[in-house]
Design a protein. Structure first.
Length: 635
C-alpha cells in the first residue's frame, strides 16, 4: 500500500473550479519539495481520490482547504491545518511548509472542526466566521444543483409560450406543463435542502434529519432562503445542544437516542422555534425582495454597479456567492431580471482575460496567452474562476479593472431589461434568454473594456522592465569586456546538478565549495563558503519563485563559472517573497572582474523576468534540459 507524507481535502461551494485549482496548487507545491501528497476533492461530481483509513493513519499531517464540510472528524489525532479554499490556491507553499515544520496542533475530539486553536500561527486559527461560512456554503453547494436543474427545466418550458404550462391558457402544452411542474418541484426543494445541509455541517446526521423538517416549515411559511439559512443554523446548534445534554445517559441507550430521543426532541424544539420565527422572517424576506425589486426598477445603474463589483471582487469567493445566491433565490420567486445581471457580471471576467491576451500579444507569456484563450470557453459557460490566475498576479490593478467590466455588463443588462430564467450555463442557455443578443452585447462590451485596460497595463509593465534592463546594459564597460563575458561562456553542462539533497543554506554552500574544488573552479573550499556567507550578510540573494543567485568574487577562484543546483526540497533563503529556494544559480568570479560579474547578473536577471522561462526551469528534470534552456534563451 502506498503511503503519503501529507494528505489533503479540498472543496468549494459550487465544486466546479476552486476545488481542483486548490488540488493542483497543493500537488505542485509538494512536488517541488520532493514529498508525496494525496488530495481528496469534494466537487459537484462527489468525492474523488477518496482518502482511506490506512492513508490517513500513515500521513504526517492534514491540510483542509475547503469552504464546505469535508468530514474533518476522520482526522482526529492528526496534525491538521484548516483554511479556506482560496488559501489553498494562493498559499500552497506556506501550508506545506507549516505541516513539514512539525508545529501544527493535532485535531482532537470535542473541538469544532473550523475552530482549532493554535498559538504559533494566525493562519492555523480559523475564526468563528469561517466556521459559519463553511456551514453556509455546505448548504449552498447541495442546493445549487437543484436550483440549476429546476431553473433550466422551467426556463425550457417558456419556449413553448409564457403561459404554456397553464391548463386554462390557449397556449397550453402538456409537455411544457410537465417541464415546469418537475422543474418547480426541484426549485421548491431549495429551502429544505439548504436548511438540512447547513444543519448537517454543524451536527452531522441528526442535524440533517431535523434540518429537512425545519426547512419544510420555512418553505411552507414563505420565509424564503433567509428562513432556510436561519433554520439551518438554529437546527444545527439545537442538535449539538441536545447531544451535550444527553451525553450523560448510559451507553446502552445510544440506539434509543439516535432513533427516538434526538428526532422527537429535535422536531419539537427546532420545529416550534422555526414556526414562531417564521412570521418575522417572512416579513424580512419580503422586505428584502421588495427592496431589490424597487432598486432594479428605479436605479438599474446603481444595482448593476453593486452586482458587478460583488461578482468580480473575489470571483467565486464569498462576496461573489452572496450575489449569486441572492439571484437564485429571486429566480425561484419568478424574478428573472436580477439573475441576468449576476450572470453577465460572472461571465465578463474570464472573457476579459481572453481579450487581454488577444490585445496584449507578446506582452503576456505563452502560458498566460494559452490560459486567456481557454477562458473564452470557460467564460462562455459561466465559470468565473478562470480569471483568478490573472488577478492573483496583480490584484491591486487587475481586480478593479475586472470589477469595472462586470459592472458595465450588469448595468447594460438591466438597462436592456434582459431576463435569464436559468441560474447557470452561460451562453448555453441563450435560446431561453429574453433579448439574448442584447445580453451578449452587454457582456462583450464589459469584457472588451476590461480586456483592453488589462492589456494596456501589461504593456506598460513590460515596457518598464525592458527600459530598466536597457539602462543596466547601457552602462559603459571597460575594454576588457568582450565576447568571453557572455553568459554562455561560463555555462558548462558539467556544472549543472539535479536532485541535490541539502537541508540548509550552509549545506548548499558546502556542496558548491566542493564542486568548485572538484571542477578546478577554485582551490580553496573554505574561502568559497566564507565568500558566499559574507555576501548573504549584505542582503539576501534569494529572488522569487524558488530561485536564488548567490555570488562571490575571490582571489582563490581560477575562472569565472556558474554552477546550478536543483534541490530536492526547498531551503530557507530569506527570499524576497518569503518562499523556500529550490534552484540555486551560483556565480564564481575571479578577483578584479567586477564588470564581468555585473554582466552575468544582468543576463540571468533578464531571463528571470519571463514567467515562461521560470516555469520551464522549474519543470526541467535533467542537467541537459537546464543547459539547453539557458543556451536557447541567451540573447
Amino acid at each position: 500500500m502506498k503511503t503519503y507524507t501529507i494528505i489533503a481535502a479540498t472543496g468549494c461551494p459550487t465544486g466546479i473550479a476552486h476545488t481542483y485549482m486548490a488540488q493542483e496548487a497543493l500537488e505542485a507545491a509538494a512536488k517541488k519539495r520532493g514529498i508525496s501528497i494525496k488530495v481528496e476533492t469534494h466537487g459537484q461530481e462527489g468525492i474523488r481520490n477518496a482518502l482511506t483509513e490506512a492513508e490517513i493513519d500513515a500521513a504526517d499531517g492534514v491540510i483542509i482547504a475547503a469552504d464546505k464540510d469535508v468530514n474533518a472528524d476522520r482526522f482526529i489525532g492528526k496534525p491538521l491545518i484548516n483554511v479556506s479554499v482560496s488559501k489553498g490556491i494562493k498559499e500552497p507553499d506556506q501550508l506545506i511548509d507549516e505541516i513539514l515544520s512539525g508545529n501544527v496542533p493535532k485535531y482532537k475530539d470535542g473541538q469544532a472542526r473550523a475552530q482549532q486553536q493554535s498559538e504559533h500561527s494566525s493562519g492555523q486559527k480559523t475564526s468563528i466566521w469561517h466556521s459559519i461560512y463553511v456551514s453556509l456554503m455546505n448548504g449552498v453547494s447541495h442546493m445549487l444543483p437543484l436550483v440549476v436543474a429546476g431553473g433550466v427545466m422551467v426556463a425550457i418550458s417558456f419556449m413553448f409560450g409564457i403561459h404554456s404550462a397553464e391548463p386554462d391558457s390557449p397556449e397550453y402544452n402538456q409537455f411544457a406543463y410537465y417541464l415546469k411542474t418537475i422543474g418547480g418541484i426541484s426549485m421548491n426543494l431549495m429551502v429544505p435542502v439548504l436548511c438540512a445541509y447547513i444543519a448537517e455541517s454543524i451536527a452531522k446526521r441528526p442535524g440533517l434529519i431535523i434540518g429537512f423538517i425545519v426547512g419544510m416549515i420555512a418553505y411552507m411559511n414563505g420565509t424564503g432562503f433567509l428562513g432556510g439559512i436561519v433554520g439551518g443554523f438554529l437546527t444545527g446548534y439545537i442538535m449539538v445542544g441536545l447531544a451535550y445534554v444527553c451525553k450523560g445517559l448510559p451507553k446502552q441507550l445510544d440506539g434509543l437516542k439516535a432513533i427516538f430521543l434526538f428526532p422527537v426532541l429535535g422536531i419539537f424544539i427546532a420545529g416550534f422555534a422555526m414556526w414562531f420565527l417564521s412570521a418575522p422572517m417572512e416579513s424580512i424576506n419580503q422586505g428584502m425582495m421588495s427592496f431589490l425589486s424597487s432598486v432594479q426598477d428605479s436605479s438599474p445603474i446603481l444595482l448593476g454597479l453593486i452586482v458587478g463589483c460583488m461578482s468580480a471582487f473575489d470571483m467565486g469567493g464569498p462576496v461573489n456567492k452572496a450575489a449569486y445566491v441572492t439571484g437564485t433565490a429571486l429566480l425561484a420567486q419568478g424574478n428573472y431580471f436580477f439573475m441576468a445581471g449576476v450572470s453577465a457580471a460572472c461571465i465578463a471576467p474570464p472573457l476579459a482575460t481572453g481579450f487581454a491576451v488577444l490585445f496584449g500579444g507578446k506582452a503576456y507569456s505563452a502560458s498566460d496567452r494559452s490560459a486567456g484563450y481557454v477562458n473564452f470557453l470557460l467564460g462562455s459557460t459561466h465559470i468565473t474562476e478562470g480569471a483568478i490566475p490573472f488577478a492573483a498576479k496583480k490584484p491591486l490593478k487587475v481586480i478593479p479593472i475586472l470589477m469595472l467590466g462586470s459592472s458595465i455588463a450588469a448595468i447594460l443588462t438591466y438597462l436592456f431589461k434582459v431576463q435569464v430564467p436559468a441560474p447557470h450555463g452561460g451562453f448555453i442557455v441563450l435560446p431561453i434568454v429574453t433579448h439574448a443578443i442584447l445580453w451578449v452585447v452587454a457582456i462583450l462590451i464589459g469584457a472588451v473594456v476590461s480586456g483592453f485596460l488589462m492589456s494596456m497595463d501589461q504593456k506598460r509593465t513590460v515596457a518598464k522592465e525592458q527600459e530598466a534592463d536597457s539602462e543596466k546594459l547601457s552602462t559603459p564597460l571597460p575594454s576588457v569586456v568582450n565576447q568571453s563575458t557572455s553568459l554562455d561562456s561560463v555555462l558548462d553542462i558539467e556544472n549543472i546538478f539535479c536532485n541535490v539533497d541539502a537541508a540548509t543554506q550552509d549545506e548548499v554552500f558546502q556542496k558548491l565549495a566542493k564542486i568548485s574544488n572538484d571542477h578546478h573552479i577554485s582551490n580553496d573550499e573554505t574561502s568559497v563558503i566564507k565568500g558566499f556567507v559574507e555576501r548573504e550578510k549584505l542582503s539576501t540573494t534569494g529572488m522569487e519563485q524558488g530561485i536564488a543567485i548567490p555570488h562571490t568574487e575571490l582571489e582563490s577562484i581560477n575562472k569565472a563559472s556558474i554552477v546550478i543546483l536543483k534541490l530536492n526540497q526547498g531551503v530557507d533563503w530569506k527570499a524576497l517573497d518569503g518562499q523556500p529556494t529550490n534552484i540555486v544559480i551560483a556565480m564564481f568570479i575571479p578577483k578584479g572582474k567586477a564588470n564581468d560579474h555585473l554582466r552575468y547578473l544582468s543576463e540571468v536577471s533578464k531571463l528571470l523576468i519571463h514567467q515562461e522561462f521560470i516555469d520551464q526551469l522549474q519543470h526541467a528534470n535533467s542537467s541537459k534540459e537546464i543547459y539547453q534552456l539557458f543556451i536557447e534563451n541567451i540573447q
